[in-house]
Design a protein around this ligand. Sequence first.
Ligand SMILES: [Mg+2]
Length: 265
Amino acid sequence: MKHPRPLWPAWKPIALRLKAAPRVAVFSDFDGTLAPIVRHPGQSRLPAPTRAALVRLRRLSGVAVGIVSGRSLRDLRAKVRLRKICYIGSHGLEWTGPEGRRHSKVSAALASHLQELGRKLEAEVGRLPGIYVERKTLSVAVHYRNAAPRVARQARQAAERRAERAAKKLRLLRGKKVVELLPPGRMDKGQAVMALAGRLRRRGGPRPLLIYLGDDTTDETVFPRLRRGDLGIHVGPGAGSRAQYRLASPAEVTRFLVRLREVRA
Ligand SMILES: [Mg+2]
């Protein structure tokens, strides 16, 4: 596996490519990519300079903006509060296009089964020190960032047991300091981003040049799907990522968004 290269030393030829593309779609993960990681996921916020950069990008014709997350669509939209952009929530299980209408393929029965499971898991491990059970619209996430290793293991095992014993088949997803129970199937950020980028085609023309930014293991489902000429950017040290390039931090991502706007304006 090739290690992602630092982006800025390669910026000049990249900028020329971004300038020359008829249309560009920039899709980004939220937590750890646009918004710095904080102790409690409920407290994460989109920094004002990042929001300003996204607003200015969105105003350009020929540029589409999308934000992608494991958060529920409702939670994500409440955090970002930008109109006329695409949102992908719950790791691709629900999304909205620029027109703002919600789409999802998960049945109401399965959603309520997951809600029930969320309540049970919360009762079981939600009060352990440093554990946070996040009950989402279409999934349950057990966060253990702030827990001691022994407690973290206990909470992880409880989630795994629930997944195994659930009346309906579920999927277990592991992320950064979080384990999550989801509806079964293979939907992931990669598929969702590709589907939405495909919808941004005009009159059967080619899809826009696609830029994807992400920091987590779930973002790795996107990078291998990018085409030649697209731009995949891992946020962080880059170890184990299949992205072409890397940026060090969310602050660098904001800088990238500003530069992208300059190139496209
Ligand atoms: Mg992330």
